[in-house]
Write a protein that binds this ligand. Structure first.
Ligand code: GDP
Ligand code: MG
Length: 180
């Protein structure tokens, strides 16, 4: 029942500057973490092979911004043909959580997807390794938001310690495949 149109899964990561988008991508693709990623990290995307069945692989392209998210000026090429959109906030930053809806809207305006109602989004609350005293977004609020956005999957991650990163990207790959 292979009805996929292509074996490249395009995943884009959106969220306020500083939430950990670049760190999550590097943790997932290279299993590395560094305190400081330059805004000019280079390539538009990184790729990773993902297993579909025991005998099949697909290539996941993970598209990250090079800091332009501050100006919400991501070109059409960034959004075009996306199979899944990952929305990231920082559990220690209320404003980044409040921005999630507008990142989703931004995506839907630019990506020109055929059915916005069913397009796969995944929500990540990153920096879950932080001290409890610094966590300002409650899990309940995050769950409510995920529910209000159409019961989208929600994961609490840490690019720093790798908590839940593989699990989250497995779900991201799964939903990208369904879309594809
Ligand atoms: P981006 O602007 O969304 O791409 O965010 P970056 O990946 O550049 O990360 C911004 C800052 O947050 C950097 O100093 C990272 O080291 C830090 N950071 C990223 N992910 C985590 C995390 O899971 N936990 C903690 N404690 N810090 C993180
Ligand atoms: Mg970045």
């Amino acid at each position: 029942m292979s009805t996929r149109k292509k074996n490249i899964l395009k995943v884009i990561i959106l969220g306020d500057s500083g939430v950990g988008k670049t760190s999550l991508m590097h943790r997932y693709v290279n299993d590395k973490y560094s305190q400081q990623y330059k805004a000019t990290i280079g390539a538009d995307f990184l790729t990773k092979e993902v297993n579909i069945d025991s005998d099949k692989v697909a290539t996941m392209q993970v598209w990250d911004t090079a800091g332009q998210e501050r100006f919400q000026s991501l070109g059409v090429a960034f959004y075009r043909g996306a199979d899944c959109c990952v929305l990231v906030y920082d559990v220690t930053n209320t404003k980044s959580f409040q921005s999630i809806k507008s990142w989703r809207d931004e995506f839907l305006v630019h990506a020109n997807v055929s059915s916005p109602e069913t397009f796969p989004f995944v929500l990540l609350g990153n920096k879950i390794d932080a001290d409890d005293s610094k966590k300002v977004v409650s899990n309940k609020d995050a769950q409510d938001l995920a529910a209000s956005l159409g019961n989208i999957p929600l994961f609490f991650t840490s690019a720093k310690t790798a908590i839940n990163v593989d699990t989250a990207f497995q779900e991201i790959a799964r939903s990208a495949l369904q879309q594809n």
